[in-house]
Write a protein that binds this ligand. Structure first.
Ligand code: MG
Ligand code: MG
Length: 256
C-alpha cells in the first residue's frame, strides 16, 4: 500500500533531508586519497547525530553495520565502511545516506570523485546525475511511476552505459523503504499513478559496462558483474500540486 503524506509530514521529511544536504556539502572536502571509508562513516554518524535527535537511518537497517553505505568504483551500493579501505587518487565513491528525524526518513546518495578521475568515469558520473535530474522532473501529477524510469532510459540511451535494473527506487516515509518500487526503466504511462503526497526515493544507478550485478561474500556489497565502475545519485522527492519537490539536496554549491 502506498502511504500518502500530509504537507506537514513532507515538511518534516524535508528537515531531515536538509541535514543530508548539509552533510553532502561537509563530506565533500573530506573525500581525498588516503582517507578510509570508516573515517567517512564516523564523520557521517557524528554529523547526523549532532542535529536535534536525528539518527542515521541505515545503521542497523536489516543488520547493516555502517551509518552510511560507502561504495567504491565497481561497487554499486551497500559498501560497508572499513578502516582498511582507503581511497586512492582516481577512485569514485558513492555515499548513500539516510536520516530519521522525528519518526520520518529521508534517503539520498551522491557519487564523488577522489582527486583526478579519467574521462570515462567523468562521463559516467555526469550522465547518472543528469538521469536523476530528468527522472525527478518526471515526478508530476497526472504522471505515473513508469514515467520516472522512462526518463532515465531516455537520458542513458546511446551513451554506452548500463542501467542497473535489479536495484530500484522506492517510497519513503516512516520506513526507509516503502511502496511503490520506482524502477530506473519502464514505459511512460505505466505503473502506479503519481498522486499528491507521494514521497519517492528516485535513484538511478549506472555502470560503464554491464547492467548485471553480483553480491559479494560479505552479503552486502553489490558490485557490477564485469567490475566496471558504477555511479549512483539519489534524491527523496515529494509529488506536489506545484511539481516535484526535492527534499534532499545536492552538494553542488560546495567548493571542490
Ligand atoms: Mg539511498
Ligand atoms: Mg534509496
Amino acid at each position: 500500500m502506498i502511504h500518502l503524506k500530509t504537507p506537514e509530514e513532507i515538511d518534516t521529511i524535508a528537515r531531515g533531508g536538509a541535514i543530508i544536504a548539509d552533510f553532502l556539502v561537509e563530506i565533500r572536502p573530506r573525500i581525498r586519497p588516503g582517507v578510509s571509508t570508516l573515517e567517512l562513516d564516523e564523520f557521517a554518524d557524528d554529523f547526523i547525530r549532532a542535529h536535534n535527535g536525528a539518527v542515521p537511518a541505515f545503521k542497523g537497517l536489516y543488520g547493516f553495520p555502517g551509518s552510511v553505505c560507502t561504495s567504491v568504483n565497481e561497487e554499486v551500493v551497500h559498501g560497508i565502511p572499513q578502516a582498511a579501505r582507503k581511497l586512492e587518487d582516481g577512485d569514485i565513491i558513492s555515499i548513500d545516506v539516510g536520516v530519521k528525524l522525528d519518526g520520518w526518513c529521508s534517503d539520498s546518495a551522491w557519487t564523488f570523485p577522489v582527486g583526478e578521475i579519467d574521462e570515462s568515469t567523468d562521463h559516467l558520473m555526469k550522465v547518472t546525475e543528469e538521469a536523476l535530474d530528468r527522472a525527478v522532473s518526471a515526478a508530476v501529477l497526472e504522471g505515473s511511476v513508469g514515467d520516472i524510469g522512462a526518463a532515465v532510459v531516455t537520458r542513458v540511451k546511446g551513451t554506452g552505459l548500463g542501467i542497473i535494473r535489479d536495484l530500484v527506487g522506492h517510497g519513503v516515509g516512516r520506513e526507509v523503504h516503502e511502496e511503490p518500487q520506482v524502477p530506473n526503466f519502464g514505459l511512460s504511462g505505466t505503473g502506479p499513478a503519481l498522486r499528491e503526497g507521494m514521497v519517492l526515493a528516485i535513484e538511478p544507478m549506472l555502470s560503464c559496462g554491464t547492467p548485471d550485478i553480483q553480491t559479494l561474500d560479505d552479503r552486502w556489497t553489490v558490485v557490477t558483474l564485469d567490475r566496471t565502475r558504477s555511479a549512483h545519485f539519489e534524491h527523496t522527492v515529494a509529488v506536489t500540486s506545484v511539481g516535484p519537490r526535492i527534499l534532499t539536496g545536492a552538494p553542488a554549491e560546495a567548493p571542490a
